[in-house]
Ligand binder design. Sequence first.
Ligand SMILES: Cc1cc2nc3c(=O)[nH]c(=O)nc-3n(C[C@H](O)[C@H](O)[C@H](O)COP(=O)(O)OP(=O)(O)OC[C@H]3O[C@@H](n4cnc5c(N)ncnc54)[C@H](O)[C@@H]3O)c2cc1C
Ligand SMILES: Cc1cc2nc3c(=O)[nH]c(=O)nc-3n(C[C@H](O)[C@H](O)[C@H](O)COP(=O)(O)O)c2cc1C
Length: 580
Amino acid sequence: MLPIPKTAPFAEEEIDLLNRVVGTASPIQRAWLAGFLAGLDASGAAHVPHPAASARPAEPLTIVYASESGNSEKLAGDLAKAARKYGLKPTILDMADLELSALTAAKRLVVIAATWGEGEPPGRAVRVYNELMGEGAPRLDGIEFGVLALGDTAYAEFCAIGKRIDERLAALGGKRVVDRVDCDLDFAGPAAHWIGDAVKVLAPPNAGGQVIEVDFGIKPAAAPSNDIFEAEIVEHVDLNSSRSDKETVHLALSFEGGAPAYEPGDSLELYAENDPSYVDDLLKAAGLSGDDRLRGEFVKSRDVTTLSLKAVETYAERTGHYYVKKLIADGEAKEWIVGRQLIDLVTNFPIALDADKLRALTRPLAPRAYSIASSRREVGDEAHLLVSAVRYASHGRERKGVASNYVAERVKRGGRVRVKLKQNRHFGLPAPDKNIIMVGPGTGVAPFRAFVQERRATGASGKSWLFFGDRTFTHDFLYQLDWQDALKDGALTRMDVAFSRDTPEKVYVQHKIWDRRAELVEWLDSGAYFYVCGDAKAMAKDVRAALVRAYADVKTLAPEAAEQAVATLEREKRYLQDVY
Ligand SMILES: Cc1cc2nc3c(=O)[nH]c(=O)nc-3n(C[C@H](O)[C@H](O)[C@H](O)COP(=O)(O)OP(=O)(O)OC[C@H]3O[C@@H](n4cnc5c(N)ncnc54)[C@H](O)[C@@H]3O)c2cc1C
Ligand SMILES: Cc1cc2nc3c(=O)[nH]c(=O)nc-3n(C[C@H](O)[C@H](O)[C@H](O)COP(=O)(O)O)c2cc1C
């Protein structure tokens, strides 16, 4: 919308205020306002003299987000937008860039924090999070605050980081004015409500009279949206040999009318369906085999595998099952659910269920993220994914990951899938002349195929070095031919590989990093960027520890100084990771 001109018959501050309110209003809000003012004139009410209202300067609001995959960051933006409408002047800060001492000057503070790993802060936020929890954290006496926590009830440490930050801010003297809300994967509705409530509480007094009420009504998280693309599968290839115990599918998707505008480092969220045979077993166990409507709904749109503590509690509440109630009362439920799924609850503690009771134990089926393994500059209207089938056994039952087995077993070449772009502006390529080091074992190598393709297509002059690892050279060398070609044409300068099961002693990428430590540190000293992608539980931590040891050894540093050297890389955003 065009801004209200400076020549309008209002004071400069008032024009500013109007632009802030009307400029960001939706067409519906503007139409309402126009109608309201017209109605006011028609009724004559506008001629009633009012005392002149002075335009007060907007009150500051500090919004800090701790995010890995961008959800908290996006909500911070939503909050800022809503806050402006309530006479607040928001400043958004990534926790990764925060100087903790700056918080003491804040008057009002909102923290939106996700939990990662097993109850850990998002990678980029670790340093500041530890400072906040540490003894040196500044007092925050009287600062009004609220915390919104993002998480996933499938994890034992549900929203642990949001919970700890909330407690910590209070312990440091902050005044909690908005109660924390802990959001599950379908966070859109609860988060929008929380934001709507929070801005009202945090708004300066009397701001209520000057605002446009915004409808933050619940939006279903998995609802079809324009952002969802349907793509045709044009390649579906298992990159492991038939003698490998793994199955890793290279999936090439073709988009009619253009691929989503992705960049190297971005992911696609894939909307999968459940395994119909799992749903059949679940319905049979629940005595609901004949319910075809429920079957269809469960296959397509409900998370019927995750067993959260909340689901166990709901089961106890809705069915009154004696032994489930006892499990909770004895404090054993949290341990019991480890490695189990919904079907274990229903088969181990059978009781008459109806469709509503069973549905109440489930949540919407969330899409799964997959790093994009291609560059649009090389593949045009396609996007490539690399999907490893998750299969394991626990508590005497064979289990299959929902989305990865949907890809591996149930979609075929010529079929269609639904995906949504998930951008990651924290994992992009640097300037073309910068050198890059990429550490990506297993499916962690996917984004680096995109990096290498992009650098080839753009003729980037920077050197690139890839560390890859998997189980065996013969059966598990993902994209082997691609790397050979890239080494030949110069898109890849060098490559080190670690195959853990080819030698009696297991060799992983971190061992290769150690072996090559002198050159690695030299690359980093001359400005190279260091990227890590893949397993978060062990690999990412081991790689970081190996790099710290490499610095200590090559530069003869004390362990603390070597740690500082890697922390400096992180601060400079030259140590970047996308781990899961
Ligand atoms: C940003 C990002 C990028 C990603 N990129 C890729 C990628 O490029 N390629 C890729 O393959 N994946 C990638 N993933 C992971 C992917 O999103 C899915 O998590 C993965 O495919 C599993 O999903 P699923 O639906 O098959 O399994 P789910 O149905 O979600 O089941 C997985 C769950 O099963 C349980 N589980 C798994 N193994 C075991 C075991 N051995 N013992 C006990 N329990 C177990 C765990 O609770 C685990 O959370 C990425 C994730 C993120 C966040
Ligand atoms: C690898 C991985 C680990 C996670 N660990 C936890 C966890 O321990 N506890 C939790 O509540 N949520 C966990 N989550 C869920 C995230 O917190 C959730 O997806 C959140 O919306 C991410 O927000 P962000 O995009 O701002 O990072 C995890 C998600 C992933 C992919």
